[in-house]
Design a protein around this ligand. Structure first.
Ligand code: ATP
Ligand code: MG
Length: 350
């Protein structure tokens, strides 16, 4: 097996608020190998974005702070790097794309200028060469008339086009790890599928690893090699994708899967996980209680932290945006019918 590209160990990121310390990430550990896709799933507020931002050391400080753990990229601890060294890692070795491209694109520069700028931050190439690379990256993302688009401003493009520009920008320096935090949630389903296909294709061409944050278990089934399930700042379960669909072990993961609408059943009642994520200063005890009860199988669902009835529901199709939407496509569904098999090898591991 290859050496991990990224090793995260016991990562703890806290926020100081007026109401006390929020343990947004509370002892998270995982590896990502070169070329593989790790999907991180979990309901809203479970700490997925804070984990992603912590890897790039982009957590707003104050109020946030990484208070413990290590993040190693090819053995080098990113938490020990100077701000200048960290800037060299961002974009060059690890890039990130976000859910809403308008927040990452600058409205007063053309798309081409912004991609060229990303290139020139890391490679001391002349402006003309950087522009040529920008157009080449736009072509790679499948944007028609790339040279023309390069001279347009973000507001002149559609949402799907803007997402492609952001992908071109993120990949301009051919990073070894791409962090994609809900990269398609804001897009309609057909564009979503195109963008995911594009990411997979570019991943193959550039050989990069992807940390994919998503609410969509259909996307997970189609793109991920391994899955990490987050709940209340912790990873409660981590496994190869087929295994987690076939035999989710933690009560929370089972509840998450039970909340997915099935496209092959009529008149089903949509299950909801009752209550909401507990305050993030009490999570450890709750999780341990949950895991313990899970071993006794039938009572597993009751092992979830009991809370109010009206929030934190995983709703059915159509609910998007602020709340998580868990949907299951036929591809994902097929996992349920497959027998449990030995771990599927990820693409990159020998
Ligand atoms: N700037 C901040 N100040 C205080 N608390 C914060 C801040 N940013 C995040 N948090 C808290 O950290 C926790 C984890 O947030 P995070 O954004 O990582 O959730 P998430 O899993 O990405 O959710 P979503 O699926 O909605 O994007 C939440 O309880 C959130 O309130
Ligand atoms: Mg998030």
């Amino acid at each position: 097996m290859s050496e991990p590209l990224l090793e995260v160990r016991d990562l703890r990121t806290h926020f100081r608020t007026e109401d006390g310390v929020v343990r947004a990430v509370d002892g998270v550990s995982f590896d990502i190998h070169p070329g593989e896709t790790l999907a991180v799933v979990g309901e809203s507020g479970s700490g997925k974005s804070v984990t992603s931002l912590s890897i790039l050391r982009l957590v707003p400080d104050p109020p946030g702070r990484i208070v413990g753990g290590s993040i190693r990229l090819r053995g080098r601890d990113l938490l020990g790097l100077s701000p200048a060294e960290m800037r060299a890692v961002r974009g060059r070795e690890i890039s990130m794309i976000f859910q809403e491209p308008m927040t990452s694109l600058n409205p007063v520069f053309t798309c081409g200028e912004q991609i060229a700028e990303a290139v020139r931050t890391h490679d001391r190439v002349p402006r003309r060469a950087a522009r040529a690379r920008a157009i080449e990256m736009l072509e790679l993302t499948g944007i028609p008339l790339a040279a023309q688009r390069a001279d347009e401003y973000p507001h002149q493009l559609s949402g799907g086009m803007r997402q492609r520009v952001m992908i071109a920008m993120a990949l301009a320096c051919r990073p070894s790890l791409l962090i994609a935090d809900e990269p398609t949630t804001a897009l309609d389903v057909t564009v979503q599928a195109q963008i995911l296909e594009l990411l997979e294709q570019l991943q193959g061409e550039l050989g990069m690893a992807v940390l994919l944050v998503t609410h969509d278990l259909g996307v997970v089934a189609e793109t991920a090699d391994r899955v990490a399930v987050m709940y209340a700042g912790q990873i409660v379960e981590q496994a190869e994708v087929g295994r987690i669909f076939a035999a989710p072990a933690h009560p929370y993961t089972r509840a998450l899967f039970a909340a997915i609408p099935r496209m092959d059943l009529d008149d089903q009642e949509l299950a909801a996980i009752p209550g909401r994520v507990p305050p993030l200063d009490a999570n450890r005890a709750l999780l341990e209680r949950g895991a313990g009860a899970g071993r006794g199988a039938p009572g597993a669902r009751r092992a979830l932290p009991a809370r109010g009835r009206d929030r934190g529901r995983h709703a059915g199709p159509g609910q998007r945006g602020g709340s998580p939407c868990l949907t299951l496509t036929p591809a994902a569904l097929s996992w349920f019918d497959r027998p449990l098999r030995p771990a599927r090898c990820s693409r990159s591991r020998g």
